[in-house]
Design a protein around this ligand. Structure first.
Ligand code: ZN
Length: 205
């Protein structure tokens, strides 16, 4: 259920935008997302439930969706036997199909989608970000789309597309050299043995 009234949310978003800062809503419910989008939020994290009306508003207002498939995936994969409360696991199973359906409806409508993991939920750790790309591909995205979600689209969401997110003259050269073609098999990116070099700002790290 939404935890802020529309007026409260709008006040927060308006103040952030004056600085200017980006705003994101951690929103699963349709009503929460609707209120957030109407308040001028820049991105919706999770977005488990979306209807055509809110998708239309997201398109109109250029709101990003960060679907965070890693969060439900890890809860379902590890389960109660790993110590996750049974209520979490059951709720996740119940809403997962709706989440994937909403994501693909947004994708087909043209909503801009950036990759993010919601790291901090059970067994969802920083450093495992590449698995989000695998999950996107397993749930309807092409490998090229998934890569864009984690690079050029993510840079757009952060207003850093002038320096990050793609390789072109004048930009900061952050890139990987991998053993294989991630467009043919996105899983390569999750295997550290197949990541040969990491360059940050043009310097091998
Ligand atoms: Zn979350």
């Amino acid at each position: 259920m939404p935890q802020l009234d529309p007026e409260e949310l709008k006040a927060g978003v308006d103040e952030a935008h004056k600085i200017p800062l980006k705003t994101c809503a951690h929103s699963q419910s349709l009503e929460g997302t609707r209120i957030s989008v109407a308040a001028g939020i820049d991105s919706v994290e999770h977005g488990v439930s979306l209807d055509d009306g809110v998708i239309e508003e997201m398109l109109k207002r250029e709101v990003f969706l960060v679907p965070t498939l890693s969060a439900p995936f890890n809860i379902m994969a590890q389960g109660v036997q790993a110590g996750i409360p049974v209520e979490y696991v059951e709720k996740t199973r119940q809403v997962n199909d709706a989440h994937v359906e909403a994501l693909n409806r947004a994708r087909k409508a043209g909503v801009r989608i950036a990759a993010g993991t919601d790291a901090g939920t059970p067994f969802n750790l920083h450093g495992q970000n590449a698995n989000e790309l695998v999950l996107l591909v397993e749930n309807g995205f092409s490998a090229a789309e998934a890569l864009a979600c984690a690079t050029s689209r993510a840079a757009e969401l952060l207003d850093l597309e002038d320096i990050l997110g793609s390789i072109s003259p004048g930009k900061q050269a952050d890139f990987l050299i991998v053993d294989g073609n991630p467009l043919a098999d996105i899983r390569i990116l999750t295997d550290q043995n197949r990541i040969w070099n990491v360059f940050k700002g043009g310097v091998e790290s």
